[in-house]
Design a protein around this ligand. Structure first.
Ligand code: ADP
Ligand code: MG
Length: 278
């Protein structure tokens, strides 16, 4: 492992040693009305340092897949592994931004929530204060530092979660529609931030998104899942994250528009209702 200094002075681990693998994973939920078949025989190899974007219709098992990679759910069949070791539970090296903000500690302020993981890692107090300030500034929550989660809007809670995860600088980022509830302008700032972090550190990232543009912009590879039970039905690679251009420049490229439209066509051709990819 070597270290790299980011533009804000934080030392980031340049550890590209965490590849993820999903092998023949199916998942069923038992409900009062019977079994829900959420995932069907999903296999995917996510190379160390890869940025994988996952798109697919609502309810197709994307969050289930991410929870399995996080070690929060055990698949009904098949297995997930990290560096060829079976995932048997959560690990601080794989951090999750959840689709909803229920993971924030309600009794802690925004600032304390962001500092929490750093305290667990016994980071020195001055460094905690510095990193918390950097991340809060980045997500636009400096003025909300002393508020509690219940005093925040859904989008602000989501930004707090993002700041908390990025502050601890995990090796693997598992992001479940992290920008879904965030206004368009802040979303663009956070997309650029994520792109900068990935380019700097080459963490392994799995990003679930319902935005085709976001998937193409940020992912080095995009997989498309079918309606439930979720299977991987398409896979395309995207060159933009690996280019030096910033997000605003990329969005203007004709190649970007073409790639986005190609992916949209693939998804629409799979969708019986033609509008279920939300
Ligand atoms: P996505 O993230 O793609 O919207 P999910 O992984 O959240 O999909 O859910 C996949 C399917 O499994 C959905 O039909 C959902 O209703 C069902 N499901 C998810 N979690 C549970 C659960 N804890 N109990 C029962 N069914 C669930
Ligand atoms: Mg989901």
């Amino acid at each position: 492992m070597t270290n790299a200094t980011t533009t804000d002075g934080a030392v980031a681990d340049r550890n590209v040693g965490h590849g993820l693998r999903v092998i023949g994973v199916s998942h069923h939920y038992s409900t009062k009305t019977g079994q829900v078949h959420a995932l069907d025989n999903v296999s995917v190899d996510i190379k160390a340092g890869e940025f994988l974007a996952v798109v697919g219709p609502s309810g197709c098992g994307k969050s289930t897949l991410l929870d399995i990679l996080a070690g929060l759910k055990v698949p009904s069949t098949g297995e997930a592994s990290v560096d060829d070791r079976k995932i048997i539970g959560p690990s601080s090296t794989r951090s999750v931004v959840f689709q909803n903000s229920a993971s924030l500690f309600p009794w802690l302020t925004v600032e304390e929530n962001v500092a929490f993981g750093l305290k667990l890692k016994r980071v020195p107090r001055n460094e905690i204060a510095r990193r918390v300030a950097v991340e809060l500034d980045r997500v636009g929550l400096t003025d909300a530092a002393h508020l509690h989660p219940y005093e925040l809007s859904g989008g602000m809670q989501q930004r707090c979660q993002i700041a908390r995860v990025l502050a601890v600088d995990p090796d693997v980022l598992l992001l479940d529609e992290p920008f879904g509830a965030i206004d368009a302008l802040t979303r663009e700032i956070l997309q650029q931030h994520l792109l900068d972090i990935w380019r700097m550190t080459h963490k392994t990232v799995v990003l679930i998104t319902h935005s085709v543009d976001e998937a193409i912009l940020l992912g080095t590879r995009v997989i498309v899942m079918s309606p439930r039970p979720g299977r991987i039905v398409h896979e395309i690679s995207a060159p933009f994250a690996n280019s030096g251009a910033n997000a605003a420049e990329i969005r203007k490229l004709p190649e970007f528009t073409a790639a986005s439209s190609e992916l949209r066509t693939l998804i629409l051709n799979d969708s019986p209702s033609r509008n279920s990819n939300t």
